[in-house]
Ligand binder design. Structure first.
Ligand code: NDP
Length: 237
């Protein structure tokens, strides 16, 4: 059990999937949660009502909007950047604009969000980004650009941990393996191939990833920083 009473928490990309589970977990544990979304207005409003949290429309592909959103929240205790997209396929065929948009959302947005959060963040603050086990292992073709975007998070958390450590702010990445969401449904066409790489052959539930986020945001993890934490059923083992 973690206690986030009176904590000012921002989850970027919280309307569905892993982000939704993180919003639910932090709200259940007493946090004052705001979350962003890009497209799913109805789902976002419903989640906000269910969890007594606040929904804000803010497209992570827009750098200035990301910075402004973080600024508006003032002195945060916890920021989780979960918003991410997946472009997979033959690199010779993929649309270069879609790849660049993925890099804007998966790489540029977390960097600018964390730097902006760092201007005002409270002592003992927590910065968490959702990376991927594909930062360490990309065992099939078609995932080069996605792996590129997620491996960038490893370097980012190492560096920003140094920049913000003096204020006891921790900076960490969570690296999930397959998680049952709309991005990667447990009954999707890639299921058997992905489970073939795993020691525990099932998709994670989003609330299992939220549990790791709660640990990293909680009091017990005050000395955990600059690290990427894999939670992948042995996908990368
Ligand atoms: P989903 O596609 O199920 O949900 C994505 C969430 O991010 C939604 O809330 C979506 O909002 C939001 N989002 C997407 N693009 C933007 C944007 N441009 N601006 C703001 N919000 C945005 O994905 P998952 O829950 O599966 O994935 C969440 C994170 O976890 C991603 O970073 C992903 O790369 C990572 N991950 C997922 C794995 C998996 O197997 N599912 C494995 C490893 C990592 P909206 O509803 O408005 O579109």
């Amino acid at each position: 059990m973690t206690d986030f009473t009176n904590k000012n928490i921002l989850v970027m990309g919280g309307s569905r999937g892993i982000g939704e589970a993180i919003v639910k977990r932090f709200a259940k544990d007493g946090g004052d949660v705001t979350f962003t979304y890009a497209h799913s207005s109805d789902r976002a409003e419903q989640l906000a009502a269910e969890t007594d949290s606040k929904a804000m429309q803010s497209d992570s592909a827009e750098r200035d909007g990301v910075i402004e959103t973080v600024k508006q929240l003032g002195a945060l205790d916890v920021i989780v950047v979960n918003a991410g997209v997946l472009e997979m396929g033959d690199p010779l065929e993929l649309d270069p604009d879609a790849i660049d948009r993925m890099i804007d959302i998966n790489v540029r947005a977390p960097y600018h969000a964390f730097v902006e959060a760092g201007r005002q963040m409270n002592e003992n603050g927590r910065m968490i980004v959702i990376g991927s086990t594909n930062a360490d292992r990309m065992p099939f073709p078609g995932g080069a650009a996605y792996a590129l975007s997620k491996s960038a998070m490893k370097g980012m958390v190492q560096g920003l941990a140094r920049d913000f450590g003096e204020r006891s702010i921790t900076v960490n990445a969570i690296q999930p393996g397959p998680v049952d969401t709309e991005m990667n449904p447990a009954d999707g066409p890639m299921k058997d191939m992905m489970h073939g790489f795993m020691a525990i052959k099932r998709h994670a539930r989003a609330d299992e990833i939220a549990g790791m986020a709660a640990y990293l945001a909680g009091e017990e993890a005050g000395i955990v920083t600059g690290a990427s934490h894999t939670i992948d059923g042995g996908f990368g083992a």
